[in-house]
Design a protein around this ligand. Structure first.
Ligand code: PEP
Length: 252
């Protein structure tokens, strides 16, 4: 049986609507009947419904970059889980490092968002990762332990059966610096082991762990050949159909 790979494209706060539509069409055309890795795109909120329609009946799923912890109410600018599911969104990013650093999403908020997504059937990708300072002071594993423990504690393996994890060293996001395949593999193996201690080894062996941080067509295959790297979460290189399609196709 071939290995399961999951590739996500985080569009962040980029693209006009016509550009997003062109990217969507370009990706559909390039992926054609491709049957390899699972692919998910994460457009900005205003484009989600258009993209759900554009990728209808295709192998590309559509996810949101965030959601609110509350279901509804007086939370001006918030986007709730029901808003997302009611327009056909199936996936969501939780705890992206930019949400943590720029918008102040604490471990507690990240945990609440994960619970809301799970309770409402959205497939979450929980993002974890250490900053450059934390790596230099040898805190990588304690940071990851804190982030994983706070988000996953209290959930059963059954409730988390669709979970995707993304290890994204913050120092590699949008910087052009990539962890080497060996560096990333070392952390991924540790993450799988730690998740196993929380949720059991059978859960840990099947949960996809994506790597994120300046993934491009040129470095994707090397990263994806590692035994514990089950996919990629891609920012910059997901904004062009040729490079994102190449990354998806390099996962096999
Ligand atoms: C990201 O935003 O999750 C990311 C990995 O970005 P980039 O690929 O641009 O480093």
């Amino acid at each position: 049986m071939s290995r399961r790979y999951v590739i996500g494209g985080n569009w962040k706060m980029n693209l006009t609507l016509p550009e997003a539509q062109e990217l969507g069409s370009g990706l559909r055309n390039r992926l054609g009947s491709h049957r390899g890795a699972e692919a998910i795109v994460y457009p900005s909120f205003p484009y989600l419904q258009t993209m759900v329609k554009r990728f209808d009946d295709s192998r590309v799923a559509v996810g949101a970059q965030d959601l609110h912890t509350e279901q509804s109410g007086a939370y001006t600018s918030g986007v709730s889980v029901q808003m997302l599911t009611s327009i056909g969104v199936t996936h969501v990013l939780i705890g992206h490092s930019e949400r943590r650093a720029v918008f102040g999403d604490s471990d507690e908020i990240v945990a609440q968002k994960l619970s809301v997504a799970l309770a409402n059937g959205l497939i979450p990708t929980l993002c974890i990762g250490e900053t450059r300072e934390e790596r230099h002071s040898n805190e990588t594993f304690s940071v990851l332990e804190r982030q994983l423990n706070s988000a996953l504690r209290g959930h059963t393996p059954q409730a988390l059966s669709k979970l995707i994890l993304a290890y994204e060293p913050v120092w590699a996001i949008g910087t052009g610096l990539t962890a080497s395949p060996a560096q990333a593999q070392e952390v991924h193996a540790w993450v799988r082991g730690y998740v196993g201690s929380l949720l059991g080894s059978s859960f840990a062996s099947q949960v996809p762990i994506q790597y994120g941080g300046s993934v491009k067509p040129a470095n994707a295959a090397g990263l994806l050949s590692q035994p514990d790297i089950d996919g990629a979460l891609v920012g910059g290189a997901s904004l062009k159909a040729p490079s994102f399609a190449d990354i998806i196709k390099s996962a096999h």
